[in-house]
Design a protein around this ligand. Structure first.
Ligand code: IMP
Length: 197
């Protein structure tokens, strides 16, 4: 008789790159399912005002409507001098087109003449398993430059200089960024938790 012992887990994201990356890291004891795999065509709403509530909302959505254990993430750039903006609104800071150049230009405009350039990227992951939720967090601290530097990465990478580095995120290759990034830190915590249980 065949028993299927792998734990099924849904990663509630539409980002295929993130999905593949985490599936590789999780290893053999887990079968990671995508939204497609469970027949979920929904654009899960991200309507909340905190990263925690958005990540949590997505994971609970899958658990409650589809009955699978699930996790979801949300990330924002939090700038001290802007009271934590763009934060949960990072993707759409300069409008619904989610244009990174416009988002960065808005940040640079708002910080013009301001000497406190401290900022952090923060990723929050919510894991909902058997009706219980655990939150994981990853933070990388740094500063916002006056001009963009580098072509790699995405989002706000060209204007973010991580603490202790002389390269912006956009001047690093993916493996350099993954060594220190907010997302990598949060996902390492999730994976450690899942694989230690
Ligand atoms: P998400 O929650 O991963 O979709 O991230 C929301 C938004 O935050 C993205 O659309 C980007 O604008 C920004 N962001 C998230 N992670 C990064 C990063 O690693 N570098 C630069 N910007 C990021």
């Amino acid at each position: 008789m065949f028993f299927y012992t792998k734990m099924l887990l849904v990663f509630a994201t539409n980002n295929r790159n993130k999905f593949n990356e985490i599936r590789d890291l999780l290893g053999g004891d887990f079968k990671l399912l995508s939204l497609d795999d469970i027949g979920c065509p929904d654009e899960i709403p991200e309507i909340h005002t905190t990263l925690e509530a958005n990540a949590s909302g997505k994971a609970w959505y899958i658990f409650q409507r589809y009955g699978y254990n699930a996790f979801a993430d949300d990330t924002g750039l939090e700038i001290d001098a802007l009271n934590g903006e763009p934060g949960v609104y990072s993707a759409r800071y300069a409008g619904n087109t989610k244009n990174s150049e416009k988002n960065m230009n808005k940040v640079l405009r708002k910080l013009h003449g301001i000497t406190n350039r401290k900022a952090q990227f923060r990723t929050v992951i919510s894991l909902v398993q058997e009706g219980k939720e655990i939150i994981f967090e990853g933070i990388v601290k740094g500063t916002i430059l006056n001009t963009k530097r580098g072509k790699s990465g995405f989002g706000y990478d060209p204007i973010f200089l991580p603490e202790g580095s002389d390269k912006t995120f956009a001047e690093m290759n993916l493996s350099e960024k993954n060594r220190i990034s907010h997302r990598a830190v949060a996902f390492r915590k999730l994976i450690e938790y899942l694989t230690e249980k």
